[in-house]
Design a protein around this ligand. Structure first.
Ligand code: BGC
Length: 501
């Protein structure tokens, strides 16, 4: 501490990072991952309700469509959200249980959301602090009747999505001002049309991929316009999954040079493919040399995964804020061996190989060597900082409000006692918030952070084992128990700051 800081030490605490007064602290969930809507599974209302039953598609335990029985435990879960003391909550409507056919909207399913919304938004006579709601219109799941007609590949799906949006506005338009149209179009497309591990289960179907991309984009545009027509002051965005992509060359250079990241936001993999089809690095230099080849897969992945959908929404003028879901970094190297002869073509040729992080680097936010969560995802807070301060991000997003709409740590329980003492998750949260604070000091217009997830839940093709929650759920009794991270996060939200020691 310098003498001036010492003098003002009662105001200036170097061990505390304060967040802006209006910063939102929240948690996030998604309908199918928690609800356990009885009709959905028994009547196979959604593509995922069917997918669960297809042999080998979802790792056991699958939860049989019950997820964590949130509907049955609604009052208890609402009380836990309130007790947490975070000012915001991101949830998703379940398109499939609400919209059961053309012009067929299920009143009972809608009423459940009414209860949720009414209980969380403080009533005038209640002592409860209001909770700001961020509603996601669709989080991966499609109504079966639409999936059977081609899902997002069929242009009619975007129109039906818009009809559904208008029904939600009729019911809840007065209660919700912040809307997320679509969760992670890039993950939906990647798993649904590239690897095929999610519905509709198509592998390297680039034709389907592009049609569905167009459908999702139109769906977003129509919903955006409907919400703005309902109230122009409402804010509408979408949530983008963003990885920190890096070439092996760069990752190794940094690792062997004690993590000498220059901090100028010019990471080579933050480059882009320009409209004249040249591949350029972040400084606009053409990548032509043999040595540059190593950068190409990371640059292309980066463009397709991180930037494309954002660029399309911005071009249409349909984005009031960006939701960023960040989990990890991916390191790519160029490898002709990764070429798939059955599917050769520019995209599959350039994908290249995927590598794990080099062992010898030190993360600048933790000062530690790489750590991985139970799914093998590297914990890399620095990547979040680097994506959000990259040249490309600044160029595209500028001053547009940004929310971290997901960021979380998964653990597979071996011993439930240990799982409740989840120091690894506490560290994860602290180090990602440190990274965000630094990015904000450098100009990022970050308005809030939603931890993924409020509660342990159904992790799609990986089943019920991976646990991301602040609240533990016993899979036999469905008993809820807050973990150490729940209390830690509660303190952060209430104090609007993080303590570094
Ligand atoms: C999804 C969540 C998922 C999380 C962890 C995100 O891609 O939006 O639904 O649970 O990642 O895998």
């Amino acid at each position: 501490m310098n003498p001036v800081q010492k003098l003002f030490s009662c105001f200036f605490d170097p061990n505390t990072l304060k967040f802006p007064k209006d910063f939102l602290w929240g948690t996030a969930t998604a309908a199918f991952q928690i609800e356990g809507h009885p009709d959905e599974y028994s009547q196979k209302l959604s593509d995922w309700a069917k997918w669960i039953d297809e042999p080998g598609k979802v790792l056991p335990p699958t939860g049989n469509g019950d997820a964590v029985k949130h509907l049955e435990h609604l009052d208890e879960d609402i009380a836990l959200i309130q007790k947490l003391g975070a000012g915001a909550y991101r949830f998703s409507f379940n398109w499939a249980t609400i919209h059961r056919g053309e012009d067929d909207f299920n009143e009972e399913a809608l009423l459940y959301y009414k209860k949720l919304i009414d209980s969380l938004r403080a009533k005038e006579d209640s002592s409860q602090r209001p909770i700001k709601l961020f509603a996601t219109l669709t989080h991966f799941v499609l109504p079966s009747w639409l999936a059977e007609q081609g899902g997002w590949e069929n242009p009619n799906t975007a129109c039906e999505f818009n009809n559904y949006t208008n029904i939600l506005l009729d019911y809840f338009g007065d209660d919700i001002e912040d809307w997320i149209t679509i969760n992670e179009p890039n993950i939906f497309l990647g798993f649904g049309y590239e690897s095929g591990i999610w519905p509709p289960g198509k592998t390297k179907d680039w034709n389907g991929y592009l049609k569905a991309y167009q459908g999702l984009l139109t769906g977003h545009e129509l919903a955006y316009k409907s919400i703005k027509a309902f109230d122009p002051k409402y804010r509408v965005g979408f949530s983008q999954n963003m990885y920190f992509f890096q070439s092996l060359q760069e990752a190794e250079f940094e690792a062997t040079n004690q993590n000498k990241y220059s901090g100028n936001g010019s990471d080579n993999a933050q480059g882009f493919v320009s409209s004249d089809t040249d591949i350029k690095d972040a400084d606009g230099k053409r990548l032509t040399r043999r040595a540059d080849l190593d950068k190409v897969p990371a640059v292309i992945r980066n463009q397709l995964h991180n930037w494309s959908f954002i660029e399309s929404c911005l071009e249409m003028g349909c984005l009031d804020f960006l939701g960023v879901n960040y989990y990890t970094r991916f390191i790519y190297k160029f490898s002709t061996l990764a070429r798939d002869p059955a599917n050769s073509g520019l995209l599959s040729d350039l994908w290249g190989g995927l590598e794990k992080a080099p062992k010898n680097y030190k993360d600048i936010f933790t000062g530690k060597s790489p750590k991985y969560n139970s799914l093998g995802w590297e914990v890399f807070p620095e990547g979040l900082y680097r994506v959000l301060t990259s040249h490309k991000f600044k160029q595209l997003i500028g001053d547009l409000p940004v929310y971290i709409t997901e960021n979380g740590y998964s653990h597979i329980e071996k011993d439930s006692e240990l799982d409740l003492e989840d120091d690894y998750r506490v560290d994860f949260i602290k180090n990602h918030l440190k990274a965000l604070h630094k990015a904000m000091k450098e100009g990022l217009n970050l308005k809030g952070y939603f931890y993924w997830s409020l509660i342990d839940n159904f992790e799609w093709a990986l089943g019920m084992d991976p646990r991301f929650g602040l609240i533990h759920v016993d899979q036999k009794t469905y008993k809820r128990t807050p973990k150490k991270s729940y209390y830690y996060y509660s303190e952060l939200a209430k104090s609007n700051s993080i303590k570094l020691v």
